[in-house]
Ligand binder design. Structure first.
Ligand SMILES: Cc1cc2nc3c(=O)[nH]c(=O)nc-3n(C[C@H](O)[C@H](O)[C@H](O)COP(=O)(O)OP(=O)(O)OC[C@H]3O[C@@H](n4cnc5c(N)ncnc54)[C@H](O)[C@@H]3O)c2cc1C
Length: 305
């Protein structure tokens, strides 16, 4: 095949759409849910020209579009990627596939708190993306968990929408930049609750509150809130590319605006690559660019390939 695409999120499926429209032979490999993170998103309100859509519906539309254009979509996990003289060998449980180029669109793993109630209320008050879900908590009290830049940026963003924003941090000093912390402290509706960790998230249909455990003294407190934004970071899941493509210190794949990695013929698209904003629109844009660049790369290969 011309392009082997690993991952069927916004990046992978958009790459398939662009590849097929360019007349390229493309297959998408997916180990989990078609649509990736979109499929686990309650509602999306910030995809251009789409006022509001459920994640499941958007994922289905992307999937159907790629299928209708003739992309092969294979339900399997790619367990290794090997560079060969003629391209790449992709191995999965049932065998292997040869591809002249590869677009890795494997996304990123969110870091979870791991406390009781977190999984149960995910999408029902527990969110991992303030930019995405903040608007659903307009005028309500919320908590942001974390002490780095993401948590501080989330707190600032939410302070413009929500009644009260409680920032819960396990230490008494913040890892985030001072400039950000100063802005957060200046907001009258943001409360810093340091030396506290979340013991449990509770609710009925939706989240109603948090039990916090103090880290420096004995004791617990209950915080009534409607939303919990977990901002303890995302982590890359790019182990499969180890030794093949360069990454940054955090493990995200280094690729330029052309989505080309340090390995010729191997492109990275979406949340898996080092970038400032991880959203559906940026993942889709990467998918389009990666497919276009993979097409350009193919035209430069000797015809015997
Ligand atoms: C709860 C939540 C809500 C969000 N809300 C919004 C929102 O409202 N608006 C917005 O713009 N963004 C939102 N985001 C962020 C957005 O969804 C992501 O930035 C975007 O979808 C990432 O797309 P992606 O294709 O890069 O990766 P992903 O969607 O993570 O897809 C990667 C896919 O690759 C598959 N995969 C990985 N490795 C392999 C392998 N070895 N073999 C086979 N398959 C593999 C995974 O199973 C996964 O399906 C939200 C994210 C979350 C978690």
């Amino acid at each position: 095949m011309d392009i082997g695409i690993i991952g069927s999120g916004a990046a992978g499926l958009t790459a398939a759409v662009y590849a097929r429209r360019a007349g390229l032979d493309a297959a998408v490999f997916e180990r989990g849910i078609y649509g990736g993170q979109i499929a686990i998103t309650n509602e999306v309100e910030n995809y251009p020209a789409v006022e509001r859509i459920t994640g499941a519906e958007l994922a289905m539309q992307l999937y159907q579009q790629a299928k209708a254009l003739g992309a092969e979509i294979v339900q399997t996990e790619i367990t290794s990627i090997e560079k060969k003289a003629s391209g790449f060998l992709l191995t999965c449980g049932s065998g292997s596939y040869e591809a002249k180029t590869v677009i890795f669109a494997g996304g990123a793993k969110r870091r979870a708190l791991g406390c009781p109630g977190e999984e149960e209320f995910s999408g029902r008050g527990v969110s991992y993306c303030a930019t995405c879900d903040g608007a659903f908590f307009k005028g309500k009290p919320v908590a942001v968990i974390g002490g780095g830049n993401t948590a501080l940026e989330d707190a600032l963003y939410l302070s413009k929408l929500c009644d009260a924003v409680h920032v819960i941090h396990r230490r008494d000093t913040f890892r985030g930049e001072k400039r950000l912390l100063d802005s957060v402290v200046s907001r009258p509706n943001v409360m810093l609750r340091t030396n506290r960790v979340v013991r449990e998230i509770i609710g009925n249909d939706q989240v109603t509150g948090l039990f916090l455990r103090k880290t420096e003294e004995a004791g617990e407190e209950f915080l009534p809130i409607s939303g919990v934004f977990v901002a303890i970071g995302y982590e890359p899941d790019n182990g499969i590319l180890s030794g093949l493509a360069a990454t940054d210190a955090a493990g995200y794949i280094l690729a330029g605006e052309d989505c080309l990695t340090s390995c010729p013929g191997l492109f990275a698209a979406g949340d898996c690559r080092a970038k400032p904003l991880r959203q559906i629109v940026t993942a889709a844009a990467d998918g389009a660019v990666a497919a276009f660049q993979a097409g350009q790369y193919l035209t430069q290969l000797p015809t015997s390939f």
